[in-house]
Write a protein that binds this ligand. Structure first.
Ligand code: OFO
Length: 182
């Protein structure tokens, strides 16, 4: 079972993960408008990852007999001056999410909720990867600066990113993670 405090905090995080998806969808669209198909692909793959993160919270709240309470999503930014700004905003947002996950872990400890603490470990590890991916691309963008040819080469590289997470959750996250045969 979940305490009221933990249930509210999990719902808050569910909203933040949905906002993450919304933000990356917005950035992806902006990339498409600029003709940066590879960047657009990278952010759309990120969108799918965030939907998985959100759905894991959704399923966990239900599994624990809690109540999913969906809230309004904030409007994401839609104007970006450059790919560098897009990734700066992405890293800034992921650092916010990392802090938010860490706060949730702290709460689960103070509420003596061991199950939620264990559930959150996956997100703690995931956030290390999220920030590392952003830092890696940011480093390349800082080298590229205004070199259009180098930017297009990076765009081709980002076009290769594939969605590796399930995108269909009708039968639940765990079933989707096990694949179609589950
Ligand atoms: Fe859900 O990790 Fe990004 O926001």
């Amino acid at each position: 079972m979940l305490t009221k405090k933990v249930e509210e905090a999990l719902n808050e995080q569910l909203n933040r993960e949905l906002y993450s998806a919304y933000l990356y969808m917005s950035i992806s669209s902006s990339c498409t408008n600029r003709g940066l198909k590879g960047f657009a692909n990278w952010f759309m793959v990120q969108y799918h990852e965030e939907m998985l993160h959100a759905m894991k919270f959704y399923e966990y709240i239900n599994l624990q007999g809690g109540r999913v309470a969906l809230k309004a999503l904030a409007q994401p930014p839609s104007e970006f001056s450059s790919p560098l700004e897009m990734f700066n905003k992405t890293l800034e947002h992921e650092q916010f999410i990392t802090k938010s996950i860490n706060d949730l872990v702290e709460l689960s400890i103070s509420e003596k909720d061991h199950a939620t603490q264990i559930f959150l470990h996956w997100y703690v590890t995931e956030q290390v990867e999220e920030e590392s991916n952003d830092n890696e691309i940011l480093a390349q963008l800082r080298i590229i600066r205004d070199d259009a040819q180098a930017l297009m080469m990076l765009d081709r590289e980002l076009a290769a990113r594939m969605t590796t997470v399930p995108t269909e959750f009708s039968k639940g996250v765990q079933a989707a993670l096990k694949g179609p045969a589950a």
